[in-house]
Every structure is written in structure tokens, then in C-alpha cells.
Design a protein around this ligand. Structure first.
Ligand SMILES: [Zn+2]
Length: 244
């Protein structure tokens, strides 16, 4: 891997850290991995998971992460005998395994039951403004925003809250927004047994707003359309409903 020293402009702000030269530029070490992360490149549609990912129980994972995270805190110079910091390694480990990354484990995938479309509702069904909390796999910082989903029933329907659960399950793992979008669309096509599915995700990335370029106003929109949504007028109807 090649490493080079570059100056990045701090947008006129100084965060009080790092080596800042006379022009308000900070000296940073940049390597190939930094460049991949800042370009937000995803390498596959499937989340890259190790073969031994689930050999350890959740309890064993929490104990192991707690130990490692304590070391990270000590390396950055924190005194873990302080009352406020003492419990942090355990809290972080529990949060990793049981909350923010629970969606890595296929056992946690929501069980979806489908019902017959008794009302013979044949129009587009839209569920918009679904809350979405994820984490960028390049920086482990939050990606948060809204998902908007639509489908035409193929004779089957699912409970509306199940769509929220599918979005949440795929969001709760280290992610790239493009991959998250495709994974949710694939799952919806599978459970609804139809190709007529659309999804738009509008999200903010904290790795863009609080570090790197430090842009606090931009958001990222990704979309996947299949089946009837390939048709321009159908897609426009959906975009009108979600106000985009
Ligand atoms: Zn990132």
C-alpha cells in the first residue's frame, strides 16, 4: 500500500487537532484505504462475511469486543479507572452485537408472513419516510435518513410494519448505501413474489459531515426500480407520492 502526506483544507474551521500549517491546512497521512473509504466504494452486493462469523455466541462476542475496545480506549490515552469510562467497553460491545450490527446475523432476519390480497387492491402501495439508521462500513460512523418503498401486489401482501423491519434488518450492519438499497429491494422482491418493487433511500453520512470534507448539508439518494417501475410514468407517480 502506498502512503503519502497531503494537506487538507479545513473549510476555514480549526478543530484544534492535528498539525495545521500557516495556511490553515492540516497535515494528514493518506493511503489507498483512505481513498477507497472516501469514495464510498462497495465491492459486492452481499455483505462480505467470514465463514466463521457465527461460531462464537453473542455472549462470547460481547466479552471479546469489550476486551479489544478497552485496549483501543487505553491506546488513545483514556483512563479506564474513571467512573464515567469504566462501563464503556461493555456498553459498546453490547451495542455492537445486540443493537447496531444485529442485522449481520441471519438468525435475526425478520420472519415475514404473507397474506392473500383479499381487497384485490391493484394500485401502487407506497410506504414512505421509513426511519433508517445504519453505519458506514468504511468509517463505522452513522448513516441515517429515510427509506421510501413501493410495490404492486402479485396477489400477496405483507403487514406494513414488516417493511420497516426489513429495512431495519439490512441497515443494522456495516453498510454502503448502494448495497443497502439493493439488499432491501432483493428481499422485498423475494417475499412479495413480484418484480414490481421500488425503493429510494435519502440519507446523511456522518463520515461526510463530521470528518473528511465536513459537508453538513448534503444528503445521498440511491434508488432501485424493477418491473413496472421501469416505466417512466409509474416511477414518476411514486416520486410524486414521496415528494421527490
Ligand atoms: Zn464512510
Amino acid at each position: 500500500m502506498k502512503e503519502e502526506m497531503v494537506f487538507t483544507k479545513l473549510n476555514g474551521k480549526s478543530n484544534g487537532h492535528g498539525t495545521v500549517n500557516g495556511n490553515g491546512h492540516r497535515l494528514q497521512i493518506v493511503n489507498d484505504h483512505d481513498i477507497i473509504g472516501d469514495n464510498h466504494v462497495a465491492t459486492s452486493i452481499e455483505t462480505p462475511i467470514r465463514k466463521d462469523a457465527f461460531d462464537k455466541s453473542d455472549k462470547e462476542k460481547i466479552a471479546a469486543i469489550e476486551n479489544k475496545f478497552r485496549q483501543i480506549m487505553e491506546i488513545i490515552g483514556l483512563d479506564l479507572t474513571d467512573d464515567s469510562l469504566q462501563g464503556t467497553p461493555h456498553r459498546v460491545a453490547k451495542m455492537f452485537v445486540q443493537e447496531i450490527f444485529y442485522g449481520l446475523n441471519p438468525e435475526n432476519k425478520p420472519k415475514i408472513s404473507v397474506f392473500e390480497n383479499k381487497f384485490k387492491y391493484g394500485e401502487m402501495l407506497v410506504e414512505k419516510n421509513i426511519n433508517m439508521n445504519s453505519f458506514c462500513e468504511h468509517h463505522f460512523l452513522p448513516i441515517y435518513g429515510k427509506a421510501h418503498v413501493a410495490y404492486f401486489s402479485s396477489g400477496q401482501v405483507i403487514g406494513l410494519s414488516k417493511i420497516n423491519r426489513i429495512v431495519d434488518y439490512f441497515a443494522r450492519r456495516p453498510q454502503v448505501q448502494e448495497r443497502l438499497t439493493v439488499q432491501i429491494a432483493n428481499e422485498l422482491r423475494k417475499v412479495l413474489k413480484t418484480d414490481d418493487v421500488a425503493i429510494v433511500i435519502d440519507a446523511r453520512h456522518m463520515c461526510v459531515s463530521c470528518r473528511g470534507i465536513q459537508d453538513e448539508s448534503s444528503s445521498t439518494i440511491t434508488a432501485e426500480y424493477s418491473g413496472k417501475f421501469k416505466d417512466k410514468s409509474v416511477r414518476e407517480e411514486f416520486l410524486k407520492y414521496i415528494g421527490l
